[in-house]
Design a protein around this ligand. Structure first.
Ligand code: ADP
Ligand code: 5GP
Length: 197
């Protein structure tokens, strides 16, 4: 059985990770999205068990103690974690799994699963990043400034990834990620079975 791809999409807050990943999942139903757990409150329209598992701080701590996370990190004052949720078994069954996580989490996963596909999403510019965060309307002026300052530092870490995709338009970014996944699935090391003729 061919092992599935562990696909990690990451980048600074406001770049468009959520928007791009939603489209990938809608277009490629064979990829399963890893639903993270978080201590942040749901935004309007967000449903527990769909966008996130919304946990109290105590519940989150209990998940940490029970070793239920592949990784977790504090991001802008809230905790976020990737549930282990039998990820290894699912990959071994040939399922592709997509993680949309922050930069700290992605580096953490990369140190544990170097065979994964690490994709760094970049905004076209810092000015455009600012416009996008403002346009989303979810941040106070202070938290906007904090995210922009962090973005500059996080973007430097993008060099640690395997691929970089500029999210100029959602359509372009999605097309590039699809191309990356096609190429990854064609890698010789992932296709040893095909040589057995
Ligand atoms: P992230 O998940 O990286 O924090 P979001 O997906 O929430 O980012 O996107 C931030 C904002 O930018 C949203 O309002 C979204 O609609 C918008 N956005 C995302 N991608 C693009 C794009 N390619 N062009 C213009 N706006 C975008
Ligand atoms: P938001 O609160 O806007 O949904 O997400 C804030 C940040 O947390 C984003 O950068 C998002 O990618 C990141 N994030 C979401 N889930 C996880 C996770 O499971 N682990 C880590 N490390 N970061 C996550």
């Amino acid at each position: 059985m061919k092992r599935g791809l562990l696909i990690v999409v990451s980048g600074a807050s406001g770049t468009g990770k959520g928007t791009v990943c939603k489209k990938i999942i809608a277009d490629m139903p064979e990829i399963s999205y890893s639903i993270s757990a978080t201590t942040r409150l749901p935004r309007p329209g967000e449903v527990d068990g769909k966008e996130y598992y919304f946990l109290s701080r105590d519940e989150f701590n209990a998940w940490i103690a029970d070793e239920k996370f592949l990784e977790y990190a504090e991001v802008y004052g809230n905790f976020y974690g990737t549930p282990l949720n039998k990820i290894e078994e699912r990959l071994n069954r040939g399922e592709d799994i997509l993680l949309e996580i922050d930069v700290q989490g992605a580096l953490n996963v990369k140190s544990k699963c170097p065979e994964g596909v690490y994709i760094f999403l970049l905004p076209p510019s810092i000015e455009e990043l600012k416009r996008r965060i403002e346009g989303r309307g979810t941040e106070t002026p202070e938290s906007l400034q904090r995210r922009l300052a962090n973005a500059v530092a996080e973007i430097k870490i993008g060099r640690e990834y395997n691929y970089v995709v500029v999210n100029d338009s959602v359509e372009n970014a999605v097309a590039k990620i699809k191309a990356i996944l096609v190429a990854e699935r064609c890698k010789v090391e992932r296709n040893a079975d095909k040589f057995k003729m």
